[in-house]
Structure formats: C-alpha cells, structure tokens
Design a protein around this ligand. Structure first.
Ligand code: PEP
Length: 246
C-alpha cells in the first residue's frame, strides 16, 4: 500500500521559535502509531535548524532559488535547504506566483535545481476564480516540467490547489478535485506515459480541515493533502493526520 502524503505549509508562521518547536512536536505526537502516511512540515527557513525530523514527520521548505549559490541577496538555494534538513520543497505556490511574480519558467528552473539537490519537488498548480481549470493546469504543467526526464519525475509530486480555495475557507468539491486529479494524470500521460502518470502522487490543497479531509482521499481518489491554515492548529492538524492515517 502506498503511503498517503500530508504536507503542512506553515507559510510565514509562527512568529516565535518556541511556537514552531511546539507545533512540530505536536505533529510528531499526532503521527505516533499512525500507519501508511508520510507527513512533511514546511516551516519558514529560519526554523529548519531547530526542528528535529523523524521517519514519519519530515521537513520541507516553501521555496528555493534556482542557483546553487552566488550573488542573490536574500535568497536560499535548494542545496542549502537540503543541508539544513529539508527533504521536500513546495514550488509554484499561488502566493509566490501572486506576490513574488513567479512564472512557470522560473518554477521550472527551481524544480531542476531542487532535484539536483536531491529534494522532492511539490509543484502546485491551479486556476484562479473564473478561469478554466484544464487550460490553466495543462499550461502550468507543460511549462513547469519542461525538460524533466522520466527519471527526474520520480521525485516530483503534483498538488492541485485551485487559487480560489487557498486560504479562503471555500474548499473545492470532492467531485471537482476528482476531475482535476484525473486531468493532471491525463496531462502527465501525454507528456510521459500512463505508467508514469499513475505513479506521480497527486495531492489536493485549498481550505482542507479536519471535516473535509477524508473526502479528497476516498471520493477524489487523491494521494494526499497540502494543508495551510489548519496545519497551524496543533489539534486540528493531528485530527487530519489521524483521519487520513486511520
Ligand atoms: C496552502 O497554503 O497551500 C493552502 C492550501 O492553504 P489553506 O489550507 O489555508 O487553504
């Protein structure tokens, strides 16, 4: 049985190191005894060094630069993140596309750099309110994965995150998430093969909580969840872990 993946995106939270440690320890506690589940917590870079991952709860980051090192003031490379304990990186998140002007071309460079640094790359795709899911998602996938080999795709995870559902409390219906997941696999089949498309984990993210979490696994037949706001509430996040782990 393949493990379900739950990724916590803490965004720019919490404000204090002690809070970060407590939240991380609570995730580890919540995961105790839960089977068939991989949890990945993505804190702000500054907390990486103080959080001790284990087999069940790994560390990731929310961004990286596309170069290994050099004159890029304020940036952090994938290699640095990996050396600080990260094993995953979220790339193409809608907040970075919106506030930092990240394009699919930049995201493509970042994915390549992440894979070189042996990080697993979690590529976020999704349409804004009023946009056609298939048009946006197909284009984001084609451009963001350009030039990636079949072998490199072993370390890529897709996350369907409709922009209108991220941080809004308006989660996507399980039926729509099912359609998006199937569409993502169809696009990967066209680019690579059906075999590969079935192997790449596809997650859902957008206002997931302790109530709606299971529907994305059972009804939408997805491989896991990307959780923002609810991952900052220790009890709620533990509830999601237990609900999916069962
Ligand atoms: C996210 O940050 O990727 C996310 C899905 O946020 P939220 O769960 O708060 O919608």
């Amino acid at each position: 049985m393949t493990k379900k993946i739950i990724i916590a995106n803490w965004k720019m939270n919490p404000k204090k190191a002690k809070e970060a440690q407590a939240l991380f320890e609570a995730a580890k506690e919540g995961a105790r005894g839960v089977k068939n589940i991989q949890i990945v917590v993505c804190p702000p870079f500054v907390w990486l060094g103080i959080l001790k991952s284990n087999v069940q709860v790994k560390l990731g980051v929310q961004n990286c630069h596309w170069e290994n090192s050099g004159a890029f003031t304020g940036e952090i490379s994938a290699a640095m993140a990996a050396d600080s304990g990260a094993e995953y990186v979220i790339l193409g998140h809608s907040e970075r596309r919106r506030y930092m002007g990240e394009t699919d071309e930049i995201i493509n460079l970042k994915i390549k750099s992440a894979l070189k640094a042996k990080l697993k790359a979690v590529l976020c795709v999704g349409e804004k309110f009023g946009e056609e899911m298939s048009i946006v998602v197909e284009s984001q996938i084609i451009k963001s994965l350009a030039g990636l080999s079949v072998n490199q795709m072993k370390d890529v995870i897709l996350a369907y995150e409709p922009v209108w559902a991220v941080g809004t409390g308006h989660n996507c219906s399980p039926d729509n998430a099912l359609s998006a997941g199937l569409f993502i696999r169809k696009t990967l089949t066209k680019l690579y093969s059906r075999f590969l498309a079935e192997k790449v984990p596809v997650l859902y993210g957008g206002s997931v909580d302790d109530e709606n979490d299971n529907a994305y696994i059972d009804q939408s037949r997805l491989d896991g969840l990307l959780v923002g706001g609810a991952s900052l509430d220790a009890e709620e996040f533990a509830g999601i872990i237990k609900g999916i782990g069962r």
